[in-house]
Design a protein around this ligand. Structure first.
Ligand code: C2E
Ligand code: MG
Ligand code: MG
Length: 328
């Protein structure tokens, strides 16, 4: 008890053994420390003996961290874009920007290999700022060529979700003359485990900027439905895990149907991600899902390919899409 509050603590222990792990005290302590960090990463309150694989993983992380610092300085990042398609009309109604890291030594690396390190080290904040600026620059370039624009969604990590995010977006939008409605954000459910008031304030700030917010990977994380009612989000994106074993009688189909019904009731949009087959698309159509993304329509591709395949010159009287109607 501390000042009438009961506090509890847990203990994470890393163990290294003399002489099999190391023979000098400093090395022994370093190895024990490495083992302790493994315990912390895998949920804490346990003990773990040091192993040489831990060192290999640690070194790989360190290599990625050093590489990321250089990547920021040397501008080794690029963006690919994946279309979002309206299921009823077959029209491309938006794009999602996805980060790629082009390294001289390892080639092009997808975020799965480096986002976690970028998040742990805080580097994601700077990388995220670059992503926002690059998306705004790209939007201005497309608009300059007279192309009819589609909103572009940017993925945002929990670590980036601070009041600084609102000012970063505002700055990028004003620098590149991007108008409200052209930038959207994808956040994950884990965000709602944070201070509710803070999250609400940031969401309000984003809404003032005209940036729609989608919950990404819905169904894989915290999955308390309460937050959807209490926070203003515009759409849910159903995680692709639910599209595996997606047949007329499957449990996954029952879950997807329930999520779509819930979104209808709440008046928010619903997107399915990771659609790879015609069968999945047909089932989603029957369930009246609004939009989809996936390899079936197109994998993420570079901006030139987006432009040549999916963006048309701005017509004098562009028809209003279902999504724009909903936005209005
Ligand atoms: P996400 O936002 O859920 O993006 C969807 C991922 O699924 C992308 O992987 C995409 O390439 C992949 N995908 C799309 N269609 C299909 C399909 O039909 N089948 C399969 N198997 N996969 C498909 P990617 O580009 O490797 O990105 C992985 C994750 O990294 C993203 O998941 C997102 O959480 C994160 N990420 C990507 N770019 C950024 C970024 O700029 N900032 C932040 N903070 N995170 C990012
Ligand atoms: Mg996403
Ligand atoms: Mg996702």
């Amino acid at each position: 008890m501390v000042e009438r509050h009961s506090l509890s603590c847990s203990c994470s222990i890393g163990i290294s053994v003399f002489p099999s792990d190391a023979t000098d005290p400093q090395m022994l302590i370093r190895d024990a420390d490495t083992a302790m960090y493994h315990v912390k990463e895998s949920g804490r309150a346990a003990y773990r003996y040091f192993s040489s694989e831990m060192n290999t993983r640690m070194q790989e992380r360190l290599r990625i961290e050093t590489g990321l610092r250089r990547a920021i300085a040397e501008r080794q990042f690029e963006l690919v874009y994946q279309p979002k398609v309206n299921i009823a009309s077959g029209e491309v109604v938006g794009l999602e920007a996805l980060l790629r890291w082009r390294t001289p030594e390892w080639g092009v690396i997808a975020p799965g290999r480096f986002i976690a390190v970028a998040e742990d080290t805080g580097l994601i904040v700077e990388i995220g700022r670059w992503v926002l600026a690059e998306v705004c620059r790209q939007v201005r370039e497309w608009r300059g060529r007279g192309l009819a624009l589609r909103p572009v969604a940017v993925n945002v990590s929990v670590r980036q979700f601070t009041s600084g995010l609102v000012s970063d977006i505002a700055a990028a939008m004003s620098e590149f003359g991007v108008t409200p409605g052209q930038i959207e954000l994808e956040i994950t459910e884990s965000l709602f485990m944070r201070n509710a008031e803070e999250v609400r304030t940031i969401l309000k700030g984003l809404s003032r900027l005209g940036a729609r917010v989608t919950i990404d990977d819905f169904g894989t994380g915290y999955s308390s439905l309460g937050y959807i009612r209490h926070f203003s989000v515009n759409a849910l994106k159903i995680d692709r895990a639910f599209l595996s074993d997606f047949t007329a009688a499957s449990q996954n189909l029952a879950i997807v149907r329930a999520v779509i019904t819930m979104c209808r009731g709440l008046g928010i949009g619903v997107i399915a991600e990771g659609v790879e087959t015609h069968e999945q698309l047909e089932l989603l159509r029957k369930l009246h899902c609004d939009e989809y993304q996936g390899f079936l329509f197109s994998p993420p591709v570079g901006p030139d390919e987006i432009e040549s395949r999916f963006l048309k010159p701005f017509p004098r009287h562009e028809p209003v899409s279902g999504r724009q109607q909903r936005q209005a």
